[in-house]
Design a protein around this ligand. Structure first.
Ligand code: NAD
Length: 570
Protein backbone atom coordinates (compact mmCIF):
# COMPACT_ATOMS: atom_id res chain seq x y z
CA UNK A 1 0.00 0.00 0.00
CA UNK A 2 2.79 2.43 0.93
CA UNK A 3 4.41 2.08 -2.49
CA UNK A 4 1.48 3.58 -4.33
CA UNK A 5 3.22 6.94 -4.41
CA UNK A 6 6.53 5.52 -5.62
CA UNK A 7 7.71 6.90 -8.91
CA UNK A 8 7.06 3.64 -10.69
CA UNK A 9 3.56 2.95 -9.37
CA UNK A 10 2.30 6.52 -9.38
CA UNK A 11 -0.30 7.29 -12.04
CA UNK A 12 -1.10 10.77 -10.74
CA UNK A 13 -4.30 12.19 -12.20
CA UNK A 14 -4.80 9.01 -14.24
CA UNK A 15 -5.46 6.93 -11.09
CA UNK A 16 -8.79 5.18 -11.67
CA UNK A 17 -11.88 5.75 -9.53
CA UNK A 18 -11.58 2.29 -8.00
CA UNK A 19 -7.85 2.66 -7.23
CA UNK A 20 -8.53 6.02 -5.61
CA UNK A 21 -10.85 4.17 -3.21
CA UNK A 22 -8.64 1.09 -2.74
CA UNK A 23 -5.54 3.13 -2.00
CA UNK A 24 -7.37 5.90 -0.12
CA UNK A 25 -6.38 8.60 -2.57
CA UNK A 26 -9.84 10.15 -3.10
CA UNK A 27 -9.69 13.85 -2.35
CA UNK A 28 -5.89 13.94 -2.49
CA UNK A 29 -6.03 14.98 -6.14
CA UNK A 30 -8.52 16.71 -8.47
CA UNK A 31 -11.62 14.61 -9.26
CA UNK A 32 -11.02 14.26 -13.01
CA UNK A 33 -9.53 10.92 -14.13
CA UNK A 34 -7.25 11.52 -17.11
CA UNK A 35 -5.58 9.34 -19.73
CA UNK A 36 -1.81 8.87 -19.93
CA UNK A 37 -1.92 10.70 -23.30
CA UNK A 38 -3.51 13.76 -21.70
CA UNK A 39 -0.82 13.75 -19.01
CA UNK A 40 1.82 13.58 -21.75
CA UNK A 41 0.30 16.62 -23.48
CA UNK A 42 0.41 18.59 -20.22
CA UNK A 43 3.99 17.54 -19.52
CA UNK A 44 5.03 18.72 -23.00
CA UNK A 45 3.33 22.06 -22.35
CA UNK A 46 5.38 22.49 -19.16
CA UNK A 47 8.58 21.27 -20.78
CA UNK A 48 8.30 23.67 -23.70
CA UNK A 49 7.64 26.61 -21.37
CA UNK A 50 11.14 26.29 -19.86
CA UNK A 51 13.61 28.77 -21.25
CA UNK A 52 16.85 26.76 -21.11
CA UNK A 53 17.79 23.17 -21.89
CA UNK A 54 19.22 22.73 -18.38
CA UNK A 55 15.85 23.73 -16.89
CA UNK A 56 14.21 21.22 -19.20
CA UNK A 57 16.70 18.56 -18.01
CA UNK A 58 15.84 19.31 -14.36
CA UNK A 59 12.11 19.17 -15.09
CA UNK A 60 12.47 15.83 -16.89
CA UNK A 61 14.56 14.34 -14.06
CA UNK A 62 11.91 15.43 -11.57
CA UNK A 63 9.18 13.93 -13.73
CA UNK A 64 11.07 10.61 -14.06
CA UNK A 65 11.47 10.42 -10.31
CA UNK A 66 7.80 11.28 -9.76
CA UNK A 67 6.02 9.28 -12.48
CA UNK A 68 8.38 6.98 -14.38
CA UNK A 69 5.85 5.69 -16.88
CA UNK A 70 4.65 9.17 -17.86
CA UNK A 71 8.28 10.22 -18.38
CA UNK A 72 9.07 7.29 -20.71
CA UNK A 73 5.79 7.69 -22.59
CA UNK A 74 6.90 11.24 -23.28
CA UNK A 75 10.40 10.26 -24.37
CA UNK A 76 9.10 7.57 -26.68
CA UNK A 77 6.42 9.78 -28.21
CA UNK A 78 8.99 12.34 -29.34
CA UNK A 79 12.52 10.90 -29.23
CA UNK A 80 13.98 13.54 -31.57
CA UNK A 81 12.95 16.29 -29.14
CA UNK A 82 13.59 14.47 -25.87
CA UNK A 83 16.79 12.49 -26.40
CA UNK A 84 19.00 15.58 -26.78
CA UNK A 85 17.54 16.81 -23.47
CA UNK A 86 18.03 13.65 -21.44
CA UNK A 87 21.40 12.78 -23.00
CA UNK A 88 23.90 14.59 -25.25
CA UNK A 89 24.28 17.47 -25.61
CA UNK A 90 22.24 18.67 -22.56
CA UNK A 91 23.59 16.01 -20.20
CA UNK A 92 27.02 17.67 -20.58
CA UNK A 93 25.72 20.87 -18.96
CA UNK A 94 23.94 18.78 -16.32
CA UNK A 95 27.18 16.98 -15.41
CA UNK A 96 29.15 20.23 -15.25
CA UNK A 97 26.49 21.70 -12.94
CA UNK A 98 25.63 18.45 -11.14
CA UNK A 99 26.61 19.57 -7.64
CA UNK A 100 24.48 22.67 -8.09
CA UNK A 101 21.32 20.97 -9.36
CA UNK A 102 21.47 17.55 -7.65
CA UNK A 103 18.87 18.15 -4.90
CA UNK A 104 16.34 19.34 -7.46
CA UNK A 105 16.53 16.29 -9.70
CA UNK A 106 14.72 13.88 -7.42
CA UNK A 107 11.89 14.59 -4.99
CA UNK A 108 12.46 13.49 -1.39
CA UNK A 109 12.95 9.78 -0.97
CA UNK A 110 13.67 9.02 -4.63
CA UNK A 111 17.19 8.55 -5.93
CA UNK A 112 19.01 8.21 -9.20
CA UNK A 113 21.54 5.45 -8.57
CA UNK A 114 24.41 4.35 -6.40
CA UNK A 115 27.28 6.63 -5.40
CA UNK A 116 30.25 4.52 -4.33
CA UNK A 117 32.96 6.56 -2.68
CA UNK A 118 36.39 4.98 -2.42
CA UNK A 119 36.14 5.30 1.37
CA UNK A 120 32.94 3.22 1.36
CA UNK A 121 34.47 0.21 -0.36
CA UNK A 122 34.98 -1.67 2.96
CA UNK A 123 31.22 -1.33 3.62
CA UNK A 124 30.05 -1.90 0.06
CA UNK A 125 27.79 -4.81 1.06
CA UNK A 126 25.91 -2.40 3.27
CA UNK A 127 25.55 0.16 0.45
CA UNK A 128 24.06 -2.51 -1.77
CA UNK A 129 21.71 -3.58 1.01
CA UNK A 130 20.63 0.05 1.42
CA UNK A 131 20.01 0.27 -2.29
CA UNK A 132 17.89 -2.89 -2.32
CA UNK A 133 15.89 -1.72 0.68
CA UNK A 134 15.19 1.63 -0.91
CA UNK A 135 13.74 0.07 -4.08
CA UNK A 136 9.94 0.09 -4.35
CA UNK A 137 10.13 -3.63 -5.15
CA UNK A 138 13.17 -5.35 -3.69
CA UNK A 139 12.52 -8.54 -5.69
CA UNK A 140 13.56 -6.76 -8.89
CA UNK A 141 17.31 -7.10 -9.12
CA UNK A 142 19.21 -5.03 -11.69
CA UNK A 143 19.82 -6.49 -15.15
CA UNK A 144 22.37 -3.84 -16.09
CA UNK A 145 24.64 -1.28 -14.52
CA UNK A 146 26.35 1.58 -16.32
CA UNK A 147 29.44 2.55 -14.32
CA UNK A 148 31.64 5.62 -14.59
CA UNK A 149 34.26 7.23 -12.39
CA UNK A 150 33.57 10.62 -13.96
CA UNK A 151 37.16 10.96 -15.16
CA UNK A 152 36.48 11.69 -18.87
CA UNK A 153 32.93 12.84 -19.29
CA UNK A 154 32.10 13.34 -22.99
CA UNK A 155 34.66 15.86 -24.23
CA UNK A 156 34.45 17.76 -20.93
CA UNK A 157 37.20 16.03 -18.97
CA UNK A 158 37.21 15.10 -15.29
CA UNK A 159 33.89 16.07 -13.71
CA UNK A 160 34.23 13.86 -10.62
CA UNK A 161 30.92 13.00 -9.02
CA UNK A 162 29.14 15.14 -11.65
CA UNK A 163 29.75 12.20 -13.98
CA UNK A 164 26.69 10.50 -12.44
CA UNK A 165 24.59 12.27 -15.08
CA UNK A 166 26.07 9.94 -17.71
CA UNK A 167 25.05 6.49 -16.35
CA UNK A 168 21.68 7.92 -15.36
CA UNK A 169 21.12 9.33 -18.87
CA UNK A 170 22.54 6.39 -20.74
CA UNK A 171 20.30 3.93 -18.93
CA UNK A 172 17.30 6.04 -19.91
CA UNK A 173 18.35 5.51 -23.53
CA UNK A 174 18.51 1.75 -22.92
CA UNK A 175 14.94 1.88 -21.63
CA UNK A 176 13.60 4.11 -24.38
CA UNK A 177 15.48 2.50 -27.28
CA UNK A 178 15.51 -1.18 -26.32
CA UNK A 179 12.80 -1.58 -23.73
CA UNK A 180 14.89 -2.46 -20.70
CA UNK A 181 12.79 -2.37 -17.54
CA UNK A 182 13.68 0.94 -15.83
CA UNK A 183 13.35 -0.71 -12.42
CA UNK A 184 16.14 -3.10 -13.34
CA UNK A 185 18.76 -0.52 -14.32
CA UNK A 186 21.47 0.58 -11.92
CA UNK A 187 23.49 3.76 -12.59
CA UNK A 188 26.74 3.84 -10.59
CA UNK A 189 29.21 6.66 -10.05
CA UNK A 190 32.52 5.70 -8.48
CA UNK A 191 33.62 8.70 -6.47
CA UNK A 192 37.38 8.22 -6.35
CA UNK A 193 38.13 11.95 -6.09
CA UNK A 194 38.83 14.38 -8.92
CA UNK A 195 41.88 15.93 -10.54
CA UNK A 196 39.83 18.89 -11.71
CA UNK A 197 40.90 21.96 -9.75
CA UNK A 198 37.61 23.71 -10.49
CA UNK A 199 35.71 20.93 -8.69
CA UNK A 200 38.13 20.97 -5.76
CA UNK A 201 37.62 24.70 -5.33
CA UNK A 202 33.84 24.73 -5.78
CA UNK A 203 32.25 25.13 -2.31
CA UNK A 204 29.14 23.25 -3.51
CA UNK A 205 31.04 20.31 -5.05
CA UNK A 206 29.47 17.08 -3.76
CA UNK A 207 32.32 14.61 -4.34
CA UNK A 208 35.46 13.67 -2.45
CA UNK A 209 37.94 16.57 -2.38
CA UNK A 210 41.13 14.72 -3.16
CA UNK A 211 43.21 13.60 -6.12
CA UNK A 212 42.36 10.36 -7.89
CA UNK A 213 44.25 7.14 -7.16
CA UNK A 214 46.49 5.77 -9.91
CA UNK A 215 47.86 2.38 -10.95
CA UNK A 216 47.31 -0.52 -8.58
CA UNK A 217 45.30 1.51 -6.09
CA UNK A 218 42.79 2.41 -8.82
CA UNK A 219 42.53 -1.14 -10.13
CA UNK A 220 42.23 -2.71 -6.69
CA UNK A 221 39.37 -0.35 -5.84
CA UNK A 222 37.53 -1.15 -9.09
CA UNK A 223 38.23 -4.89 -8.59
CA UNK A 224 36.59 -4.74 -5.15
CA UNK A 225 33.55 -2.90 -6.47
CA UNK A 226 33.03 -5.34 -9.34
CA UNK A 227 33.53 -8.41 -7.15
CA UNK A 228 31.00 -7.17 -4.60
CA UNK A 229 28.48 -6.24 -7.29
CA UNK A 230 28.94 -9.64 -8.91
CA UNK A 231 28.31 -11.38 -5.59
CA UNK A 232 25.11 -9.36 -5.05
CA UNK A 233 23.87 -9.51 -8.67
CA UNK A 234 25.67 -12.38 -10.43
CA UNK A 235 23.75 -12.02 -13.70
CA UNK A 236 24.12 -8.26 -14.05
CA UNK A 237 25.61 -6.85 -17.26
CA UNK A 238 28.20 -4.11 -16.70
CA UNK A 239 28.82 -1.32 -19.14
CA UNK A 240 31.92 0.78 -18.50
CA UNK A 241 31.42 4.39 -19.48
CA UNK A 242 33.55 7.52 -19.76
CA UNK A 243 36.63 6.34 -17.89
CA UNK A 244 39.85 8.11 -18.90
CA UNK A 245 41.17 6.55 -22.15
CA UNK A 246 44.08 4.83 -20.45
CA UNK A 247 41.86 3.19 -17.80
CA UNK A 248 39.09 2.41 -20.30
CA UNK A 249 41.28 0.03 -22.33
CA UNK A 250 42.86 -1.50 -19.21
CA UNK A 251 39.50 -2.10 -17.51
CA UNK A 252 38.03 -3.72 -20.58
CA UNK A 253 40.95 -6.13 -20.97
CA UNK A 254 41.09 -6.89 -17.25
CA UNK A 255 37.39 -7.63 -16.78
CA UNK A 256 35.81 -8.64 -20.07
CA UNK A 257 36.46 -12.35 -19.51
CA UNK A 258 35.64 -12.23 -15.79
CA UNK A 259 32.27 -10.50 -15.89
CA UNK A 260 29.59 -9.98 -18.50
CA UNK A 261 30.75 -6.54 -19.56
CA UNK A 262 31.59 -4.19 -22.41
CA UNK A 263 32.78 -0.65 -23.02
CA UNK A 264 30.55 1.44 -25.21
CA UNK A 265 33.14 4.15 -25.94
CA UNK A 266 35.44 1.54 -27.42
CA UNK A 267 33.30 -1.34 -28.67
CA UNK A 268 29.98 0.46 -29.27
CA UNK A 269 31.65 3.21 -31.29
CA UNK A 270 33.67 0.72 -33.32
CA UNK A 271 30.54 -1.29 -34.10
CA UNK A 272 28.39 1.65 -35.14
CA UNK A 273 31.03 3.08 -37.48
CA UNK A 274 31.71 -0.37 -38.92
CA UNK A 275 28.00 -0.71 -39.66
CA UNK A 276 27.89 2.64 -41.53
CA UNK A 277 31.02 1.63 -43.43
CA UNK A 278 29.47 -1.70 -44.51
CA UNK A 279 26.50 0.15 -45.99
CA UNK A 280 28.77 2.73 -47.61
CA UNK A 281 30.76 -0.06 -49.30
CA UNK A 282 27.47 -1.52 -50.58
CA UNK A 283 26.53 1.90 -52.03
CA UNK A 284 29.91 2.52 -53.68
CA UNK A 285 29.68 -0.77 -55.49
CA UNK A 286 33.41 -1.48 -56.03
CA UNK A 287 34.75 -4.76 -54.57
CA UNK A 288 35.41 -4.49 -50.84
CA UNK A 289 39.06 -5.51 -51.27
CA UNK A 290 39.70 -2.49 -53.50
CA UNK A 291 38.87 -0.04 -50.72
CA UNK A 292 41.61 2.01 -49.09
CA UNK A 293 40.89 3.69 -45.78
CA UNK A 294 42.71 6.78 -44.58
CA UNK A 295 42.20 7.63 -40.91
CA UNK A 296 42.90 11.24 -40.03
CA UNK A 297 43.52 11.00 -36.28
CA UNK A 298 45.31 8.02 -34.78
CA UNK A 299 44.21 8.27 -31.15
CA UNK A 300 42.30 5.69 -29.14
CA UNK A 301 39.14 6.25 -31.21
CA UNK A 302 40.96 6.14 -34.58
CA UNK A 303 42.88 2.95 -33.84
CA UNK A 304 39.84 1.34 -32.14
CA UNK A 305 37.55 2.03 -35.10
CA UNK A 306 40.20 0.91 -37.63
CA UNK A 307 40.60 -2.43 -35.84
CA UNK A 308 36.86 -2.96 -35.77
CA UNK A 309 36.53 -2.24 -39.51
CA UNK A 310 39.39 -4.66 -40.18
CA UNK A 311 37.14 -7.47 -38.91
CA UNK A 312 34.81 -6.77 -41.85
CA UNK A 313 37.50 -7.62 -44.39
CA UNK A 314 38.61 -10.69 -42.45
CA UNK A 315 35.20 -12.10 -41.48
CA UNK A 316 33.15 -11.16 -44.57
CA UNK A 317 35.72 -11.15 -47.34
CA UNK A 318 38.08 -13.94 -46.33
CA UNK A 319 41.20 -11.77 -46.13
CA UNK A 320 44.00 -12.62 -43.75
CA UNK A 321 44.75 -10.13 -40.98
CA UNK A 322 47.96 -9.08 -42.79
CA UNK A 323 46.10 -8.51 -46.08
CA UNK A 324 43.33 -6.54 -44.37
CA UNK A 325 45.78 -4.39 -42.42
CA UNK A 326 47.33 -3.20 -45.68
CA UNK A 327 44.05 -1.44 -46.60
CA UNK A 328 44.55 1.01 -43.71
CA UNK A 329 46.62 4.20 -43.49
CA UNK A 330 46.75 6.32 -40.33
CA UNK A 331 47.60 10.00 -40.16
CA UNK A 332 48.36 11.79 -36.90
CA UNK A 333 49.56 15.31 -36.05
CA UNK A 334 52.98 14.50 -37.57
CA UNK A 335 51.63 13.10 -40.85
CA UNK A 336 51.33 9.58 -42.22
CA UNK A 337 52.20 7.00 -39.57
CA UNK A 338 55.18 5.04 -40.93
CA UNK A 339 57.80 2.80 -39.30
CA UNK A 340 60.68 4.98 -40.41
CA UNK A 341 59.25 8.42 -39.63
CA UNK A 342 61.96 9.07 -37.10
CA UNK A 343 59.86 9.61 -33.97
CA UNK A 344 58.98 7.00 -31.37
CA UNK A 345 55.47 5.86 -32.24
CA UNK A 346 52.96 5.47 -29.40
CA UNK A 347 52.35 1.76 -28.84
CA UNK A 348 48.76 1.77 -30.15
CA UNK A 349 49.87 3.22 -33.52
CA UNK A 350 52.60 0.67 -34.26
CA UNK A 351 50.19 -1.99 -35.52
CA UNK A 352 49.05 0.12 -38.50
CA UNK A 353 52.38 1.88 -39.22
CA UNK A 354 53.17 1.58 -42.95
CA UNK A 355 56.32 -0.05 -44.25
CA UNK A 356 55.68 0.51 -47.95
CA UNK A 357 56.46 4.24 -48.05
CA UNK A 358 59.95 3.68 -49.52
CA UNK A 359 61.56 6.15 -47.17
CA UNK A 360 59.16 8.90 -48.22
CA UNK A 361 57.25 10.80 -45.47
CA UNK A 362 53.92 12.55 -46.04
CA UNK A 363 53.21 15.53 -43.80
CA UNK A 364 50.03 17.22 -45.00
CA UNK A 365 46.65 15.59 -45.47
CA UNK A 366 46.67 16.57 -49.16
CA UNK A 367 50.05 14.91 -49.72
CA UNK A 368 48.84 11.77 -47.98
CA UNK A 369 45.65 11.67 -50.02
CA UNK A 370 47.62 12.01 -53.26
CA UNK A 371 49.92 9.18 -52.14
CA UNK A 372 47.22 6.81 -50.82
CA UNK A 373 44.29 7.71 -53.13
CA UNK A 374 41.81 6.57 -50.45
CA UNK A 375 38.22 5.51 -51.12
CA UNK A 376 37.31 6.43 -47.54
CA UNK A 377 38.50 9.30 -45.35
CA UNK A 378 37.67 8.94 -41.68
CA UNK A 379 38.23 11.83 -39.28
CA UNK A 380 38.86 11.24 -35.57
CA UNK A 381 41.30 14.10 -34.98
CA UNK A 382 39.20 16.82 -33.26
CA UNK A 383 40.55 19.22 -35.91
CA UNK A 384 37.47 21.19 -36.96
CA UNK A 385 37.23 21.97 -40.69
CA UNK A 386 40.36 20.12 -41.92
CA UNK A 387 38.35 18.30 -44.59
CA UNK A 388 38.18 21.55 -46.53
CA UNK A 389 37.13 22.36 -50.07
CA UNK A 390 40.47 21.26 -51.54
CA UNK A 391 40.45 17.92 -49.69
CA UNK A 392 36.83 17.15 -50.57
CA UNK A 393 37.32 18.07 -54.24
CA UNK A 394 40.43 15.93 -54.41
CA UNK A 395 38.53 12.97 -52.96
CA UNK A 396 35.74 13.31 -55.49
CA UNK A 397 38.26 13.47 -58.34
CA UNK A 398 39.68 10.13 -57.13
CA UNK A 399 36.32 8.48 -56.41
CA UNK A 400 32.91 8.24 -58.06
CA UNK A 401 31.39 8.07 -54.54
CA UNK A 402 33.87 9.16 -51.83
CA UNK A 403 33.21 7.89 -48.31
CA UNK A 404 33.74 10.74 -45.83
CA UNK A 405 33.17 10.19 -42.10
CA UNK A 406 34.07 13.31 -40.07
CA UNK A 407 33.50 11.69 -36.67
CA UNK A 408 34.99 14.18 -34.21
CA UNK A 409 32.71 15.74 -31.61
CA UNK A 410 31.27 18.28 -30.93
CA UNK A 411 30.17 19.95 -34.19
CA UNK A 412 32.88 22.65 -33.90
CA UNK A 413 35.54 19.92 -33.97
CA UNK A 414 34.02 17.91 -36.81
CA UNK A 415 36.42 17.69 -39.77
CA UNK A 416 33.65 19.02 -42.08
CA UNK A 417 29.90 19.57 -42.02
CA UNK A 418 27.36 17.70 -44.11
CA UNK A 419 26.66 20.81 -46.14
CA UNK A 420 30.36 21.30 -46.99
CA UNK A 421 30.72 17.64 -47.91
CA UNK A 422 27.67 17.78 -50.18
CA UNK A 423 28.68 21.03 -51.88
CA UNK A 424 32.34 20.17 -52.52
CA UNK A 425 31.69 16.64 -53.77
CA UNK A 426 28.69 17.76 -55.83
CA UNK A 427 26.39 15.51 -53.79
CA UNK A 428 28.46 12.36 -54.45
CA UNK A 429 29.61 11.87 -50.85
CA UNK A 430 28.63 8.96 -48.61
CA UNK A 431 28.61 10.70 -45.27
CA UNK A 432 28.42 9.85 -41.58
CA UNK A 433 29.37 12.15 -38.72
CA UNK A 434 29.79 11.80 -34.97
CA UNK A 435 27.60 14.79 -34.23
CA UNK A 436 24.13 15.49 -35.68
CA UNK A 437 24.15 17.79 -38.72
CA UNK A 438 21.08 19.37 -40.30
CA UNK A 439 19.59 17.97 -43.50
CA UNK A 440 20.84 19.50 -46.74
CA UNK A 441 18.52 20.85 -49.40
CA UNK A 442 20.14 20.96 -52.85
CA UNK A 443 19.51 23.37 -55.73
CA UNK A 444 16.65 21.11 -56.96
CA UNK A 445 14.99 21.46 -53.53
CA UNK A 446 15.76 17.82 -52.84
CA UNK A 447 16.39 17.01 -49.18
CA UNK A 448 19.37 14.82 -48.16
CA UNK A 449 19.67 13.20 -44.73
CA UNK A 450 23.16 12.94 -43.19
CA UNK A 451 24.21 9.67 -41.56
CA UNK A 452 25.06 9.91 -37.88
CA UNK A 453 27.27 7.22 -36.35
CA UNK A 454 25.32 7.43 -33.13
CA UNK A 455 26.25 4.73 -30.61
CA UNK A 456 22.57 4.54 -29.75
CA UNK A 457 22.06 2.29 -32.76
CA UNK A 458 24.19 -0.37 -31.06
CA UNK A 459 24.44 -0.29 -27.26
CA UNK A 460 20.73 -0.64 -26.38
CA UNK A 461 20.29 -3.71 -28.60
CA UNK A 462 23.65 -5.15 -27.59
CA UNK A 463 22.70 -4.72 -23.92
CA UNK A 464 19.24 -6.24 -24.38
CA UNK A 465 20.64 -9.22 -26.31
CA UNK A 466 23.30 -9.80 -23.65
CA UNK A 467 20.72 -9.61 -20.86
CA UNK A 468 18.34 -12.02 -22.58
CA UNK A 469 20.91 -14.64 -23.62
CA UNK A 470 23.52 -14.02 -20.90
CA UNK A 471 26.65 -15.14 -22.69
CA UNK A 472 29.47 -15.89 -20.26
CA UNK A 473 31.36 -13.02 -21.95
CA UNK A 474 30.94 -10.54 -24.78
CA UNK A 475 33.35 -11.51 -27.52
CA UNK A 476 34.59 -9.43 -30.46
CA UNK A 477 32.49 -11.61 -32.75
CA UNK A 478 29.34 -10.83 -30.73
CA UNK A 479 30.14 -7.12 -31.16
CA UNK A 480 30.71 -7.74 -34.87
CA UNK A 481 27.33 -9.51 -35.11
CA UNK A 482 25.63 -6.45 -33.61
CA UNK A 483 27.25 -4.18 -36.24
CA UNK A 484 26.37 -6.50 -39.14
CA UNK A 485 22.76 -6.75 -37.94
CA UNK A 486 22.53 -2.96 -37.78
CA UNK A 487 23.89 -2.67 -41.32
CA UNK A 488 21.33 -5.22 -42.55
CA UNK A 489 18.44 -3.55 -40.76
CA UNK A 490 17.93 -0.82 -43.39
CA UNK A 491 14.51 -0.99 -45.04
CA UNK A 492 14.05 -0.92 -48.81
CA UNK A 493 12.91 2.68 -48.53
CA UNK A 494 15.97 3.68 -46.45
CA UNK A 495 18.27 2.05 -49.01
CA UNK A 496 16.53 3.89 -51.84
CA UNK A 497 17.16 7.12 -49.94
CA UNK A 498 20.89 6.14 -49.75
CA UNK A 499 20.87 6.15 -45.94
CA UNK A 500 23.75 4.48 -44.11
CA UNK A 501 21.81 4.15 -40.85
CA UNK A 502 18.11 3.52 -40.18
CA UNK A 503 15.80 6.42 -39.36
CA UNK A 504 16.05 7.10 -35.64
CA UNK A 505 12.27 6.83 -35.13
CA UNK A 506 12.63 3.07 -35.85
CA UNK A 507 15.11 2.68 -33.01
CA UNK A 508 13.09 0.12 -31.03
CA UNK A 509 12.59 -2.07 -34.09
CA UNK A 510 16.31 -1.82 -34.88
CA UNK A 511 17.33 -2.54 -31.27
CA UNK A 512 15.21 -5.71 -31.34
CA UNK A 513 17.03 -6.91 -34.49
CA UNK A 514 20.44 -6.10 -32.98
CA UNK A 515 19.45 -7.89 -29.74
CA UNK A 516 18.26 -10.97 -31.63
CA UNK A 517 21.53 -11.07 -33.60
CA UNK A 518 23.49 -10.87 -30.34
CA UNK A 519 21.46 -13.78 -28.89
CA UNK A 520 21.99 -15.82 -32.06
CA UNK A 521 25.74 -15.21 -32.03
CA UNK A 522 25.96 -16.09 -28.32
CA UNK A 523 24.35 -19.45 -29.11
CA UNK A 524 26.60 -19.98 -32.12
CA UNK A 525 29.66 -19.52 -29.90
CA UNK A 526 28.24 -21.80 -27.21
CA UNK A 527 28.30 -18.98 -24.69
CA UNK A 528 24.58 -18.37 -24.05
CA UNK A 529 23.54 -19.48 -20.58
CA UNK A 530 19.78 -18.77 -20.58
CA UNK A 531 17.88 -22.02 -21.18
CA UNK A 532 14.98 -20.44 -23.16
CA UNK A 533 17.24 -19.57 -26.04
CA UNK A 534 18.35 -23.14 -26.69
CA UNK A 535 14.73 -24.24 -27.10
CA UNK A 536 14.17 -21.48 -29.68
CA UNK A 537 17.45 -22.03 -31.50
CA UNK A 538 18.06 -25.79 -31.48
CA UNK A 539 21.45 -26.69 -32.88
CA UNK A 540 21.46 -27.38 -36.61
CA UNK A 541 18.33 -25.30 -37.38
CA UNK A 542 18.67 -22.41 -39.84
CA UNK A 543 18.75 -19.06 -38.06
CA UNK A 544 19.03 -16.87 -41.16
CA UNK A 545 16.97 -13.69 -41.09
CA UNK A 546 13.46 -14.73 -42.17
CA UNK A 547 13.78 -18.37 -41.06
CA UNK A 548 11.13 -19.63 -38.58
CA UNK A 549 13.74 -19.81 -35.79
CA UNK A 550 14.85 -16.22 -36.43
CA UNK A 551 11.25 -14.97 -36.47
CA UNK A 552 10.53 -16.78 -33.20
CA UNK A 553 13.69 -15.33 -31.65
CA UNK A 554 12.76 -11.82 -32.76
CA UNK A 555 9.27 -12.26 -31.34
CA UNK A 556 10.73 -13.43 -28.04
CA UNK A 557 12.97 -10.37 -27.90
CA UNK A 558 10.11 -8.00 -28.74
CA UNK A 559 7.79 -9.46 -26.13
CA UNK A 560 10.51 -8.91 -23.53
CA UNK A 561 10.78 -5.19 -24.26
CA UNK A 562 9.23 -2.98 -21.61
CA UNK A 563 6.66 -0.39 -22.69
CA UNK A 564 5.30 2.42 -20.55
CA UNK A 565 1.57 1.95 -19.90
CA UNK A 566 -0.90 2.10 -17.05
CA UNK A 567 -2.27 -1.41 -17.53
CA UNK A 568 -2.25 -1.98 -13.79
CA UNK A 569 -1.22 -0.08 -10.73
CA UNK A 570 1.90 -2.21 -10.47
P1 NAD B 1 42.84 11.34 -29.05
O1 NAD B 1 43.28 12.62 -28.46
O2 NAD B 1 43.24 10.05 -28.43
O3 NAD B 1 43.34 11.30 -30.59
C1 NAD B 1 43.40 12.41 -31.47
C2 NAD B 1 44.26 12.04 -32.66
O4 NAD B 1 44.21 13.12 -33.59
C3 NAD B 1 45.73 11.83 -32.32
O5 NAD B 1 46.23 10.74 -33.05
C4 NAD B 1 46.40 13.10 -32.81
O6 NAD B 1 47.74 12.91 -33.22
C5 NAD B 1 45.53 13.43 -34.01
N1 NAD B 1 45.67 14.83 -34.36
C6 NAD B 1 45.60 15.91 -33.56
N2 NAD B 1 45.86 17.03 -34.25
C7 NAD B 1 46.08 16.65 -35.53
C8 NAD B 1 46.40 17.34 -36.71
N3 NAD B 1 46.52 18.66 -36.71
N4 NAD B 1 46.57 16.64 -37.82
C9 NAD B 1 46.44 15.30 -37.83
N5 NAD B 1 46.14 14.59 -36.74
C10 NAD B 1 45.95 15.25 -35.60
O7 NAD B 1 41.27 11.43 -29.14
P2 NAD B 1 40.23 10.23 -29.37
O8 NAD B 1 39.70 9.73 -28.08
O9 NAD B 1 40.84 9.26 -30.32
O10 NAD B 1 39.02 11.02 -30.07
C11 NAD B 1 39.20 11.74 -31.26
C12 NAD B 1 37.88 12.32 -31.71
O11 NAD B 1 36.97 11.28 -32.00
C13 NAD B 1 37.17 13.20 -30.67
O12 NAD B 1 36.73 14.38 -31.31
C14 NAD B 1 36.00 12.39 -30.24
O13 NAD B 1 34.88 13.20 -29.90
C15 NAD B 1 35.70 11.60 -31.48
N6 NAD B 1 34.94 10.37 -31.21
C16 NAD B 1 33.76 10.19 -31.86
C17 NAD B 1 33.01 9.05 -31.63
C18 NAD B 1 31.69 8.82 -32.36
O14 NAD B 1 31.49 9.33 -33.40
N7 NAD B 1 30.79 8.04 -31.86
C19 NAD B 1 33.46 8.12 -30.71
C20 NAD B 1 34.69 8.30 -30.08
C21 NAD B 1 35.43 9.45 -30.33
Amino acid sequence: MSNIRSSFKSQGTATSESDRDTYKLRGLMPAVVESLEKQVARAFEQLRSKSSDLEKYIFLAWLRNTNTRLFYKMVMSSPEELMPLIYTPTVGAACVNYSHIYPFLAPNGSFDGLFISIDDIPVLDQLIENYKNALPDSTLTPDISVITDGSRILGLGDLGVGGMGIPVGKLQLYVAAAGLDPRKTLPICLDFGTNNQKNLEDPLYLGLRRKRPEGDEFHQAVDSVLATLNKAFPKMLIQFEDFSSEHAFELLERHRNRYLSFNDDIQGTGAVILSGFINAVREVGIPAKQHKLLFFGAGSAGVGVAKQIMDYFVLEHGMTEEEAKKLFWLNDSKGLVTHDRGDKLAQHKVYFAREDNEGQQYKSLKETIEHVRPTALIGLSSQGGVFDEEVLKLLSEINERPIVFPLSNPATQAECSFEQAMIHTKGKVLFASGTAFPRYVDEHKQEHVPGQGNNMYIFPGLGLGAILSRPSRITDTIIYASAAALADSLTEDERKSHLLYPRIDRIREVSAVVAAAVCRQAVKENLATEPWILSILPSGASTEVGSPAWEELLKYVETNMWEPSYKAIN
